[in-house]
Write a protein that binds this ligand. Structure first.
Ligand code: SF4
Length: 213
C-alpha cells in the first residue's frame, strides 16, 4: 500500500492532517468539460495504477515528496484568484480526501477531483472527473459520483473498455474520449467513433498543444 495516511483513521483535526504534495499551481484546465477555465491544481503524490503511457510517473511514489498540512494548503489557496480547485495526482483516492475537501469547501470555491477511481471514494466534491484505467479496475464506490467519464484511448481495444465503463455511470454523466498524447493515430479512430456514437464527446489535452502545464 502506497498511501502513508491510513483511511478511516480517527481524525482529530482536519487542519493538521497532512498529504504528500508533488506540486500546486495556478493554471487553466486543459481537458474535459471545464477545458479553458481558470483553476488551481493540487497534485497529490502516490499512484498504484501504473498506466504504461502515464505522463506523471514521477508522482507514483510518495516518498520523495514533502507532507503539507491542510492548514498550509488552504492558506495558500486563499491568495489565489480562482473559483476552482482541482485535486489531481497521481491517484488522489489513495488518500482520505475528507479532511482536505471539508476545509477547502469553507473557502467558498468549487472543488473538483480527477481520479481513476481505483480506491474507495472519499471527500466532498462539486465535480468529479472519472478516468478509469484497465490496468487497475475502479472501485465500485466511484460510479455514482462521476460528473464526467473520460476514457483515454491508446489503442483500438480501449473502445471496448470505454463502452463497458459507460454502462456503469449514471445517465447524466458526460462521456469523453481522449487520445493518448503519444498515440496520435487514435485521433482519427476517436473522430470516426464519435460520428457513429454521438453520446461521446472529444476531449483534447489543450495544455499540451499550447506547451503549458
Ligand atoms: S492513473 Fe494517472 S497517475 Fe496513475 S499511472 Fe495512470 S495516468 Fe499515471
Amino acid at each position: 500500500m502506497i498511501n502513508i495516511i491510513e483511511k478511516n483513521a480517527p481524525i482529530k483535526d482536519n487542519l493538521s492532517y497532512q498529504y504528500p504534495i508533488v506540486e500546486t499551481f495556478h493554471s487553466v484546465q486543459g481537458e474535459g468539460f471545464y477545458a479553458g477555465v481558470n483553476a488551481y491544481f493540487i497534485r497529490l503524490a502516490g499512484c498504484d495504477v501504473f498506466c504504461p503511457w502515464c505522463d506523471q510517473k514521477e508522482t507514483w511514489s510518495t516518498k520523495k515528496y514533502p507532507l503539507h498540512s491542510v492548514e498550509k494548503i488552504v492558506n495558500q489557496i486563499k491568495q489565489i484568484n480562482t473559483n476552482i480547485i482541482i485535486i489531481t495526482g497521481g491517484e488522489p483516492l489513495l488518500h482520505d480526501l475528507k479532511p482536505l475537501t471539508l476545509e477547502l469547501k469553507k473557502t467558498g470555491k468549487n472543488i473538483h477531483l480527477e481520479t481513476s477511481g481505483a480506491h474507495p471514494f472519499s471527500g466532498i466534491f462539486d465535480w468529479v472527473t472519472f478516468s478509469p484505467k484497465p490496468y487497475k479496475k475502479p472501485h465500485e464506490s466511484i460510479y455514482n459520483h462521476a460528473s464526467e467519464l473520460k476514457v483515454v484511448i491508446s489503442q483500438e481495444k480501449d473502445f471496448i473498455w470505454a463502452l463497458s465503463e459507460a454502462k456503469k455511470v449514471p445517465s447524466h454523466t458526460i462521456k469523453y474520449l481522449q487520445p493518448e498524447w503519444n498515440s496520435p493515430d487514435t485521433q482519427d479512430l476517436i473522430f470516426n467513433y464519435i460520428k457513429e456514437n454521438p453520446q461521446w464527446r472529444l476531449s483534447l489535452q489543450t495544455h499540451k498543444y499550447l506547451g503549458v502545464r
